[in-house]
Design a protein around this ligand. Sequence first.
Ligand code: F0G
Length: 378
Amino acid sequence: MTVAGHADTELPYAGPWRGVIAEYADLLPVAEQTPRLTLLEGGTPLIPSVRIGPALPGDLRLYLKYEGLNPTGSFKDRGMVVAVAKALEAGARATICASTGNTSASAAAYSARAGLPCMVVIPHGYIALGKLAQTVRHGARVVPVSGNFDDCLRVVRDIVARYPIALLNSLNPYRMDGQKTAAFEVCDALQAAPTYHALPVGNAGNVTAYWWGYCHYRELGMIGLQPHMLGFQAEGAAPLVKGKPIEKPETRATAIRIGNPARWRDAMRAIRESRGHITTVSEDEIHTAYSRLAAEEGLFVEPASAASVAGVIRLAEHGFFDDGPVTVVCTLTGHGLKDPDYALDAAPNLEPSPPEAEAVLDRAGILESAGRPEPLPR
Ligand code: F0G
């Protein structure tokens, strides 16, 4: 395995994991001439929940697929590596995407790696700080637009219809192919498909790609049954649940602040074919799941990512899993460091204390810390 694209080095990759393209080459539309581009994305852990799952009503085993551990901190890297490799293969000279932030960070990083100029179109004022920082530092041309994500995507579609620039949104089929590998990994880890797979839904590419991935594995005989797909949208940005586009989508989970998803039909077909379910979660439910993931599971995610767990909690409390036993996988789509503003909102007192032991202990209040989860049994 050698470094792809324009690099003049032939350094082999060390270590067991070789990235999405090399690991799943047989299941991806890659040929010998496809550059072996990689930042060693994929191979993310499927982490058993130790507190949220066990505390839920119903008979379920809850696993968390922590996609925040991809190279740019979100699940987008899986599809992006394939899309950019195929763009290189096709001789593309530049790349473009519209984004609520994670796609742009990933597109910028993989375009940088491939040596391609990248342009990203983002909704002005609604990109989390970490994502913007990444995108800028990877050297993408950032164009904020006065409008929402749906406006950005419309502009980008207009541009690629008229100029030879490679589109890196999930309308690009190679993005979907690469994203399917997350479903493969879940099955490889569990040696079966889960009963349910829960995801936040924004532009609706990921829920579609997971479903296609499970279908692909079923066709290959790798799994016997496919999971039911569970999709969750923020209440103020829930076009698929409401059955109509939302002109002014609103949610603090800016990653999924989308009113007219590009993969609308495909996602609804995935929900229907899998005999799954799609519903909303409130801002409070997202915030609670976000806080609990960090404080009780040790998993820092961005707010949109907590929507999958918020949704499973809501369904469990309504008796959805009472006929278990069932295995539920929630994808945690992006890392908590992406959105420091959300994290520090209503943070405890961060004013400096005098540099004295008593004052520091006093301030920390650690000695009388109530409300901590019980330690795990040994
Ligand atoms: N979670 C995170 C962290 C996301 O960034 C996104 C989408 C989603 C969930 C929803 O996935 O769009 O496939 O339904 N982010 C896109 C972006 C829209 O531009 O980064 P989806």
